[in-house]
Design a protein around this ligand. Structure first.
Ligand code: HAX
Length: 434
């Protein structure tokens, strides 16, 4: 058993006991009530999920296992001379709740190295798809194709006790995660760079190897590490995390579950928003022969709103402040690309958009989210193919959602199956309560 898996195994009895006591002694305690507006409004704010891996405070933003983003970036181990921490260390934190030591990191790096080889049939499948297929459909297809590798399915079919479900889920999750950077970079080089994939370098860590296989020099390795860490998790209710979790509750394996989550991430209100931001900014810039002024930006923002569209990269279903994931990327940009023209516009938008959204009066949160910043940095380092941005989001998101479904198996998560009512039943409930 690997040291990471051993560490996880040690945490299992206490977690199981804690949850079983909570349900046994307080199972009837009410946490929340559901309103008709919530049923029709996407269950916004409804407290009905549990995870210890991350928590999204509306005012403060995300905490991973209790640590803010600046704390994670400071405390997690990094390679000698590197600016950003190892992605592998972040996975260790999300999975176990502990900050790894340098020695722990060596073990996890080795474990990922041992599991990273992508089966040839995945490349064959990608090559058989139409070259103009969306890279997210390629990514999702590659993940689901590997379902035949599932250790969970083999062990389940052979017969195992519920108590052991977490073990093969761990195997599947880490096997899958270790392969994602190569699959993503392969799609990129095949689709956009004249079909010139670059072989994986086993001596490099998750983020640096991705940058290497993308064919982009330092500091792209740093932004890759940062990007994957920032996009890893946003508690359980967002579409990609919730879908992965939901599908896993049917005892579907990690491949089926994560592929489903990726399909949700591909929606324009979720992961696809990062490409919308850049498209929207560049659309303005292409119409002007000078750098836009604040007044130009104000007019553009109002024109967008008045034409019934949303301002991409602004607003959030839970957050009510500037997203700390936006701030972390902004700090990186201020250090590494302060003179980039698009970054200057993105910076100006940070001043211009919030007061306008407040005046407009609809969005509950006028502040930027993670997607308002990611595209500009990718563009700066030469990743100019918007469609690909969500694939990178997906690589990062895997770290959180796969950790979550391992814990679902540990804690014996039941099949998720809420109850639905007809419109007439809801009208009757409304009548009785009015
Ligand atoms: N521009 C204009 N109007 C906005 C807005 C924005 N950026 N954000 C919200 N609104 C509008 C909504 O469309 C809604 O209008 P209607 O009542 O006419 O339907 C109203 O304000 C209330 O919405 P809300 O409660 O504040 O926000 P929601 O929880 O419904 O939606 C979204 C949250 C993130 C989807 C929304 O803010 C949005 O569409 N933003 C732009 C797209 C975007 O940036 N998406 C990425 C989000 C981050 C993420 O998950 N990444 O994966």
């Amino acid at each position: 058993m690997s040291k990471l898996k051993q560490k996880l195994a040690e945490k299992i009895p206490a977690s199981r006991e804690r949850i079983s006591k909570l349900v046994k002694n307080h199972g009837k305690v009410k946490v929340d009530e559901v309103t008709i507006a919530q049923i029709y409004g996407g269950m916004r704010g409804l407290k009905s999920l549990s995870t210890d891996i991350s928590y999204l405070d509306p005012e403060e933003g995300i905490r991973f296992r209790g640590y803010t983003i600046p704390e994670c970036l400071e405390k997690l181990p990094r390679a000698e001379g590197a600016e950003m921490p190892y992605v592998e260390g972040h996975f260790y934190l999300l999975l176990t709740g502990d900050i790894p030591t340098q020695e722990d990191i060596e073990d996890v790096l080795e474990e990922f190295r041992a599991r990273r080889r992508v089966p040839q049939y995945v490349f064959d499948l990608l090559r058989a798809m139409p070259r103009d297929a969306h890279p997210m459909s390629m990514f999702s297809a590659a993940v689901v194709a590997m379902q035949r590798e599932s250790v969970f399915v083999k062990r389940y079919n052979a017969g195992m006790t519920k108590m052991d479900y977490w073990d093969p889920m761990y195997e599947d999750a880490v096997n899958l995660l270790a392969k994602l950077p190569e699959i993503a970079a392969y799609i990129y080089r095949m689709k956009y760079k004249g079909d010139t994939p670059i072989a994986s370098d086993p001596n490099l860590d998750f983020g640096a190897n991705f940058a290497h296989m993308m064919g982009i020099d330092h500091p792209y390795d740093e932004i890759s590490r940062l990007y994957f860490i920032l996009h890893s998790d946003h508690e359980s209710g967002n579409v990609s995390a919730h879908t992965t979790h939901l599908v896993a509750t049917a005892l579907s394996d990690a491949y089926y579950s994560f592929a489903a989550g990726l399909n949700g991430l591909a929606g324009p209100l979720h992961g696809l928003a990062n490409q919308e931001v850049l498209r929207w900014v560049q659309n303005l810039m292409s119409k002007m022969d000078k750098t836009p002024t604040r007044e130009d930006l104000k007019k553009y923002v109002w024109d967008t709103l008045n034409s019934g569209q949303v301002i991409p990269g602004y607003g959030h279903a839970v957050l009510r402040k500037t997203d700390p994931r936006y701030t972390a990327q902004r700090e990186f940009a201020l250090k590494h690309l302060p003179d980039d023209d698009i970054f200057k516009v993105v910076s100006m938008l940070y001043e211009v958009v919030p007061p306008i959204l407040k005046e407009h009066g609809k969005a509950k949160n006028p502040w930027p989210n993670v997607d308002a910043h990611s595209g500009v940095i990718q563009w700066h380092y030469g990743v100019k193919e918007y469609d690909f941005y969500t694939v990178m989001f997906g690589v990062g998101r895997a770290i959180g959602v796969l950790s979550n479904i391992i814990w679902d198996r540990i804690n014996g998560q039941a099949l998720e199956r809420p109850k639905s009512l007809t419109t007439a039943m809801l009208e009757e409930i409304a009548r009785q309560n009015s």
